[in-house]
Design a protein around this ligand. Structure first.
Ligand code: SF4
Length: 427
């Protein structure tokens, strides 16, 4: 989401006459587009902001904090002189104008409104020509905000309510991207499966289906799904469209029903298993990845063993695993913690060891298979090799050159090296 917002910020800055510099140290304006999901991310951002503040006298440099941390503590940062201006994620498309006005007219320093009336255009067709990390790929944000209020999560408080962007506008934008040579897109939202639920727009499965029908697109990814809203109709659309990625990211968070209830996740482990069965019944080949939190307040040893069992049964290709850390401002912040940090880390390490073993086995099962890969860059080891992602989102290195980058190539997997597949390009 922040990558998408950063693109909007960059475009807005350029439209207001600013130029981007490759050298952060000499920049007159430093913008930090921040994340608030984990305390660690905020601490790192605060350290970088304070370095930027100290490099030049305050009068010669404008330090701007944008994104979710700005929404959360922007006022405090401005009051303490750590930042000159703070703007929340709603204001990303307008940030260039806000900064220009601030400089020219010494206007106000806080832009943290989440009023619908202040919510400006997110789908900007000028972004079509603006290439992001890879010139064949584009992030396409389809919703903003989230109203699910998972007990540990700060997002609903900093990104506000769910807003779905108009489907025709999204689809026209993607059509223009495809006409410009974009072959891969990623539909983005905190919970993409809830697309349209706020405004009577078409549901997510229809948006996905219409996107898949756009000529020229070879790979369509979508992030993030929620087990509460993922259903068999979405699985059917994936099955019927070979250009939709077979890599499904479905955050489980915990394998224990009481913990899921305490987290306010609104599904049970059985519901989750039903989704996995639905996918298995419809898709010949797919990968599954997840997010897991260990040591949520009240998690007993038996609850944790249930998470280990769920991971053993479901066999994820990849998992992003964390020890719970309380976030101020969330409902879970007030819950009593019984585990020490060391006990949480011990559980986390046990989970990581289990998942690593499964990830390796899943990757080894790809040996001798033919995979479709979009090469992303030259390999770090050799200029005679390139690396990219398979349709199941596994990283693969294969013999190739810069001419393969950004193109779809058939690759035979021959071995596994660590967490990377090694392949051979096929004619
Ligand atoms: S679905 Fe839950 S975890 Fe995801 S952004 Fe919304 S509140 Fe946070």
């Amino acid at each position: 989401m922040n990558k998408g917002d950063s693109e909007l910020i960059t475009l807005s800055m350029i439209e207001n006459g600013f130029t981007q510099t490759a050298n952060e140290e000499t920049a007159d304006i430093c913008i930090f587009n921040t994340c608030s999901v984990r305390e660690h991310a905020e601490k790192r951002a605060l350290a970088k902001i304070s370095i930027a503040r100290s490099r030049k006298p305050a009068k010669q440099r404008l330090v701007v904090v944008a994104g979710c941390m700005a929404q959360r503590i922007g006022e405090e940062l401005v009051l303490k002189g750590k930042a000159d201006l703070a703007a929340g994620p709603y204001q990303s498309p307008e940030l260039g104008t806000i900064i220009r006005t601030h400089i020219d007219k010494h206007r106000c320093k806080l832009f943290l409104s989440q009023e619908g009336a202040d919510f400006s255009e997110r789908i900007n067709f000028d972004l079509v020509k603006n290439k992001d990390i890879y010139p064949w790929h584009k992030w396409v944000t389809i919703t903003h905000g989230c109203e699910n209020f998972c007990a540990y999560c700060i997002v609903p408080y900093v990104r506000g309510k769910l807003i779905s962007f108009p489907s025709e506008k999204i689809l026209n934008y993607i059509r223009e991207l495809a006409a410009e040579g974009i072959i891969e897109i990623t539909l983005l939202g905190q919970n993409v499966n809830q697309y349209g639920q706020d405004c009577g727009e078409i549901p997510f499965y229809q948006l996905l289906e219409k996107t898949a029908a756009i000529e020229g697109l070879k790979k369509i990814n979508f992030l993030t799904s929620h087990p509460m809203d993922f259903n068999s109709v979405i699985a059917d659309v994936i099955k019927d469209n070979s250009n939709i990625s077979r890599s499904i990211h479905l955050p489980l968070q915990s394998g224990s029903d009481p913990v899921l209830k305490a987290m306010n996740r609104k599904y049970t482990l059985s519901d989750y298993h039903r989704i996995i069965d639905t996918l298995k019944n419809r898709l010949d080949d797919f990968s599954i990845s997840t997010d897991l939190i260990v040591g949520f307040p009240g998690e007993t040893d038996a609850d944790f063993r249930n998470t280990l069992k769920a991971v053993t049964d479901i066999r994820y290709d990849e998992a992003f695993m964390y020890a719970y850390s309380p976030r101020e401002g969330t409902p879970a912040f007030t819950l009593k913690e019984e585990l020490t940090r060391a006990e949480k880390i011990e559980r986390l390490n046990e989970l990581i060891a289990l998942q690593r073993k499964i990830s390796l086995e899943k990757r080894e099962s790809r040996i001798n298979r033919i995979e479709l890969v979009i090469a992303e860059k030259s390999s770090r080891r050799s200029t005679l090799e390139v690396s990219g992602k398979t349709f199941l989102n596994h990283t693969v290195v294969f013999n190739g050159s810069s001419a393969d980058i950004g193109k779809e190539t058939r690759v035979e997997i021959i071995e596994v090296n660590g967490s990377t597949l090694v392949g051979k390009k096929l004619p």
